[in-house]
Design a protein. Structure first.
Length: 329
């Protein structure tokens, strides 16, 4: 009897071990790469990691940080990430035109948070004539052609933006690009009064903070991608309600990030409903609509930033991952 009892115990232990192994195997590895150092603009992804949402949806998720010298799409194409955070959907359409089979499947920010930051005397884009404008190289294939054509600005006004606010602080004749949630805070801390002119308030159509993946990943790992998108959108809803768990992980990845900067950025995201406004209010966080996707695509065609013969609208976007998700704010 003792022998039978012992065998029964061993059998039960073996079943428990197999069960544990099965659970471990159920957690599918998934790597997401951001477009910059960890910050509030990435908060929902970190929140999903911190609160176990990815595990809940069957994923062993990892977040890799990008940075100024990191080509995240190139790294994804080389297999070092499953999906990446695009700065904007227009950027990803251009990548596809360049021969990279990447598709945008979700857009966290319903409006692009890019802006020009100006000194107090410049209250409108029309007032920029004669001013020096600091922009990054990527702006030449993004907002700059739109801004230049719409407001009669000139390439001769531009100088390189090096992600340093000191040239702006030192010279009242200078305007610079920036993120609504970031540079204005640093400039205010430096004691300089400034205006922020948001492109999206003046007709710039782009989404921002996208989830973009290689076509082969969407085909071969559609279940994992679906789980990642759902958990991430739930993470964003949670982050806006209580960002503390996500912020703890952000500061771990980026020790230079301060609580004050995080609080400022989250407040701006909520105030302007960057994540919960627009179509997201009724269709859910992360939604991409066909109308908005077409507006971005048409903008690129009209500004001659893409050749429509090389990339089709239907190939650049896949709305199926968010269409019926409805993670409502």
């Amino acid at each position: 009897m003792k022998s039978a009892s012992r065998l029964s115990q061993l059998g039960a232990a073996a079943l428990l071990a197999l069960g544990a192994l099965g659970t471990a195997q159920a957690q599918e590895k998934f790597t997401f790469m951001t477009n910059w150092y960890a910050q509030a603009e990435h908060g929902g992804f970190y929140q999903a990691l911190a609160t176990g949402l990815y595990k809940k949806h069957g994923l062993d998720a990892h977040i890799k940080m990008g940075g100024p010298q990191v080509n995240i799409v190139q790294m994804m194409a080389a297999g070092q990430a499953d999906c990446v955070m695009g700065s904007s959907d227009v950027q990803m359409v251009q990548m596809r035109e360049g021969g990279v089979p990447v598709t945008t499947i979700a857009a966290i920010f319903q409006k692009d948070v890019q802006a020009l930051i100006t000194h107090e005397d410049v209250k409108r884009f029309e007032d920029l004539k004669g001013k020096t404008i600091l922009i990054g190289s990527s702006a030449q294939r993004g907002f700059w052609p739109w801004l230049k054509a719409k407001y009669g600005l000139s390439d001769s006004q531009t100088r390189p933006y090096t992600f340093n606010i000191q040239p702006f602080v030192a010279d009242k004749n200078v305007a610079q690009q920036g993120y609504l949630t970031s540079e204005p805070f640093a400039i205010a801390k430096a004691g300089v009064k400034a205006n922020t002119l948001l492109f999206s308030d003046h007709g710039y159509p782009a989404y921002a903070t996208t989830v973009s993946c290689m076509d082969k990943t969407l085909k071969a790992r559609s279940a994992a991608v679906t789980a990642f998108v759902k958990a991430s959108m739930e993470g964003w809803r949670s982050y806006l309600a209580d960002p503390a768990p996500g912020n703890a992980l952000i500061k771990k990845d980026n020790p230079n990030m301060t609580d004050e900067q995080l609080a400022y950025s989250v407040a701006k995201l909520k105030e302007l409903r960057m994540i919960t406004g627009g179509d997201a209010a009724t269709q859910g966080i992360g939604v991409i609509t066909e109308a908005r996707a077409k507006a971005s695509y048409d903008f690129l065609v009209e500004t001659k930033l893409i050749d429509p013969a090389k990339v089709k609208l239907a190939d650049a976007y896949n709305t199926s991952f968010v269409k019926d998700l409805k993670v409502l704010p």
